[in-house]
Structures are given as structure tokens and as C-alpha cells.
Design a binder for this molecule. Sequence first.
Ligand code: MV4
Length: 671
Amino acid sequence: MFDKILIANRGEIACRIIRTARRLGIRTVAVYSDADAGAMHVSMADEACRLGPAEAKQSYLRPELILEAALASGCQAVHPGYGFLSENAEFAEACAAAGIVFIGPPAEAIRAMGSKSAAKRIMENAVVPLVPGYHGEDQDPAFLREAAGGIGYPVLIKATAGGGGKGMRVVWEAQAFDDALAGAKREASASFGDDRVLLEKYLTRPRHVEIQVFADGLGNAIHLFERDCSIQRRHQKVLEEAPAPGMKDWLRERMGGAAVAAAKAIGYVGAGTVEFLLDEDGSFYFMEMNTRLQVEHPVTEMITGQDLVEWQLKVAAGAPLPCRQEDLAVCGHAIEARIYAEDPLRDFLPATGELTHLRTPQESAHVRIDTGVRQGDRVSIHYDPMIAKLIVWDTDRAGAVRRLRAALADYQVVGVTTNIGFLAQVAANPAFAAGELDTGFIERHRATLFPEAQPASDRVLALACLDVLLRRSAEAAAAAAACADRWSPWHLTTGWQVNGDNHHVLLFRDGEQSVAVTAHYRPDGYQLDLSGGPMLVRGKLDEAGDLLADLGGMRVKASVVRHGDDLTIVTHGSSHRLTLHDPLAHLGQQEGAGGSLTAPMPGKIVALLVEAGARVERGAPLLIMEAMKMEHTITAPRDGVVAEVFYRPGEVVNDGAILLAFAEEGERVTT
Ligand code: MV4
């Protein structure tokens, strides 16, 4: 077994590999780009080597830099993870040439599976079922039209050099074939520099079911059952699960046997995945073989109890497979959700930003989180915007779906837009719950999976108001405690007025809307005037900063995450962002020793609390003005001496009027 390996990857998969290596007592070397200098995988590894600038082409995709780092740090092997160089045959060969073990399949196996049509020919000879069609060299349009007629419409035209859905065209009837063929060839030529196409019978509602295979260097090859990855969007997997819903034992054995035959046909070694299209009648057809450990491998690990990275390390070190086929069995059901920084309501546009608040569900035997980011990290534009993989397990699928919904509801991310709400919608969808999966699932249920952003509910507004009021009360108490005259009535935050109802009007921005909520002070909380009527609310902030609230008698727990004036209210399964519109908030931001204080909006001076010449500390109350039906105590933005006060109580001021001036450093103030 290796003493030291280099992980030629980043993010969650790098962290995941390091975890297994550490458990096996193997030392690890990470590599990183400038954008990842402070990344989680770098801090987890025993050592780390800088590759170069953030761009992948100048760092993670530079084989010579990675090999140089491996040799310089005395590594015996390199684990490529997935993506980057994991299916790069030249890199696999360069490792071997440098005397470094490539933890993956032989380079020629990578090459063999690299061409879709070559892969199909190999599978055909290995008696692995293919979709009825034509994938030969004759590209004459008349010949292909004949072939399409023989297959039977609808027919799918696929670019031979294509993959991942690129260069595919469905033809529903014969008269449309010629134009579709011409279009497919033009697109294939433009996208792949190769205009060859293949034809297949088009399956209208297929499922994507893939088999995990594993082979060692001693001729053993087995499978670790199937995964259903049909919930995809534009050929990107969204949710994956194992076993496939409704899978029959006889079908599992046939698909597993076909996958093992495929692996043996190409002399495979290591972890591989054979992807099939599963038709509604139980027929299955080879689609492609991936010569790497897949993103979704954890669901297989959860139902078999195996650690596939441990298997990879052992097999790459020359050991036999840790298990025989008969040693493995399906236990329970696992589902993986890919949590991404992307905006489902903007066509899944990748999102970037700082993870200002990151709270994950509690991990357990039922909940696993594979992530490569921590609170405070930035999701950048340089790499795949994956935040984490959330994997759940239970004894059956219904239990796993329940766990998935609960875990998603507890997954709190603030600071960057995520797809968590979308994933929760999928998990809550009745067809998903019923296991009615196929590759068209998301399109078919689009109307319910993408609900329009809703205005803040009364519950969200109540939680926001409570958080603001509780924090203000806590800040005032702290300021009073720090002040000489701690019992001054000006420290009160009860909205107390002579002969008036104690109330505050809280103003929020909710998307494009403004929302004002009047909060009336009550002995045991606040009465909020909400659209659904008055609501008596009270609560407290616990030591974790969570809000434990009683909203009109209903007790709820929520996180209200502040970022500047933004409040994100995260409560069971949903998050809603509001912006506290504090008209006076900017007052404290006026810079300089001297300077002046201006009225943030039109209003009336109610009381003067200082005179010219007064020395004040930051936060000390200076005057009170009434604006928008509420009173505001204007405090000193910093330590200083009041030079002049320009208004008396009762006077009305305009927005921007200079209320008072501070003395410049050292200036004498005459009173
Ligand atoms: C198909 C098909 C239906 N009939 N082939 C998409 C990309 C590549 N993996 C193969 N793909 C498909 N091939 C035939 N004969 C439907 C798809 C397909 C698909 C397959 C798996 C997962 C998601 C998919 C989404 C759209 C189309």
C-alpha cells in the first residue's frame, strides 16, 4: 500500500479522498491554484503544492505541474478524482512513465471508451445490448435514410464524436430525416470537428440506470449494483439514488452481468461505471462507460457499506478486490442531492459569492455530507459551483425521501444563491415520491418545480421584526451598560412616548416591494400589525444565534442571518431575504473627525440632547427626530466635540439638511 499519494483535484472530491487516505494511514499531498490557497482540501492534506493561477488550464489541468509536485513530494501515486485529468489517457501514461501509479484504469481503457462509436463496437462484440440502430462508417445520406426506415421512427441522430447530449436530434417521421441529418452533421462538424453520425431507435421515456463496476489487476471484475440518475437537467445530474426504484432482481443481475462483461471486454482495472438506457418495457441498452469514480459514488457506498476510494487505493497498489460478488448485497436505499451555487429561477445560472452563513444538517448514519467548502469561503467563477453532496440513507426509499426532505430543510446557505429550494421541490413532488423517474422528469414537472418567488409571508415578516427588535434591545442594553448615565430614558428602546402608543414602524425591502410593519410594545413582547391581522410575538436569541420565537402562540425556531442590512430568514425548508430599510443607518458612516450630521429624510426635531461644545462618545444620543411616524434617536457616529447645532426642537428639516457640525481635531469651540 502507498505511503503517500497526491490528490490531483480540488473541492469535495479532494476532501473525500483525503479522508479515506488518512483513515488508511496514507499521507496526502494536495495541489492548489491561487484561488484555492485557503481552501478546505489544502488545509486537510498533510502537505500542499501550489500549481499556478486560478484558471484550471494553468493549474489543475497541467499534467507536468502535477507530476512535478508528486515527484518533488515523494508520492508513489496520484488520485485524479473526477473531471480535470481523470479521463486523460496521456496523463495516465505520463504518470506511468514517471514511475508514479495512476489511481485509475489503464490508459488504453480510457482511450477505448473515449469514442462513443468505438465503445459501442466493443460492447457489440462483448454481447452488451445496444439500442437498435446503425453506427457504421457509411455516411451516405441515402444509405442513412434507408437505415432510419429500417430502425423505425422516431429515430435519434447522434454525433459519433459527441457526448453528454450534444449533437443529438430526434426525427419523428421520414420526411423530416434529410434536413435533420444535414443539421446534425453541420452541428457535429462545428462542435467536434467530426461530422460522422450514428442512428438509434429513439426511446421516448428512458431512465438513466448505471452500474458500478470494479476490476482488479488480477482478472477479477464485479459490480456493486445500480444507480438511477434519471433526474437530470441538460445532461447534468441533479439527484441520484441506489438502488433504482422498482428494480427487479432478475434485471439487476442481467444489467450487472452486462456491465461486468463490458469491463472485461476492455481489460478494465479500477472503478468504472457502465451507463444504460432502461426502457419502460425493461429492455436496457449500453449508452457509455465512464472510466473514473463518479460524483454519485456515495449512494453505492451507503447501500453496500463499502468505501470505493479504499478499493481504488488497494487495487492500484496491486491488491485483489476486497470482496467477491457474493459478498455484496443491497442494504436499504440512498439518495444523493447535488447542492450547487446556482439560480434555478434564472435557468440555473451559476452563482458566485461568499458563504457568509453555512449551517449543515447534523451528520449521522442516515445523513452524509461530502463538501469542500466552509463558512466564509467564496464560491468563485473558476470551477464547478458545487457546494456539497448531501447523501441520505434509510431502510427503504420512502424513508430515504423523508430524510432527504428533512436534511434539505436544515441545510442553510446564505450569501450565495443555491438550488436547495429546487431540490426540496423535487423531493416533495408526488411523482418523485412514487419513484416515477425518467430523463424527462424535470421538464414534465416544470410547472411545480419552479414556483415564482413569493412575497414574504406574515411568518417571515414576524421573524424578521422580532430579530430586529430583539437585537436593538440587546444593543441598547449594552450601550446603556457602557454609558455613564445608564438609567437615562434615552436608552429606552420601548418606543415610549408621552401620551403616545409605544410603537416602532419597521421598514423592509422585499424584492421590488417595500413593506412596513408597525410593532407595538407590549409587556411580554410585541404586537405586530400584519396583513393577516395583529400578531403577538416574543422570543429570544439562543447562544447559536438562532431565534426561538413564539408567533401568536405558535413556537418556531429560525435562523435570521444578518449581512449588513440584509436579513435572510431561514426557517424549516425555506429562506427569504429582506433588506431592513433603516433610513438613519448611514448616519454612522460619515467619515472624518470634523464633518457634519445630515437629516436622512424629511422630519421634525423632537428633542436636542447636546449643546455646542459637548464632547461625545461614539453611540451617544445627540438628538431625536420624528420621521415616517416614528421617532429616531440620532447617535454620534464617532467620538468628537459638537461644534454647532443648527436646529431647535419643533423645527421641520428637509432630507439632507445639516443638523449639527463636529469640531475639527484641535478646533476651539466657543459656546
Ligand atoms: C438516448 C435517449 C433516447 N433514445 N438515446 C443523452 C446524452 C447521452 N447520455 C445519451 N442521451 C440519450 N440518449 C436513445 N436512443 C435519451 C437520451 C437522454 C438522456 C439520457 C440519459 C440521461 C439523461 C438524458 C436526457 C436527455 C436525453
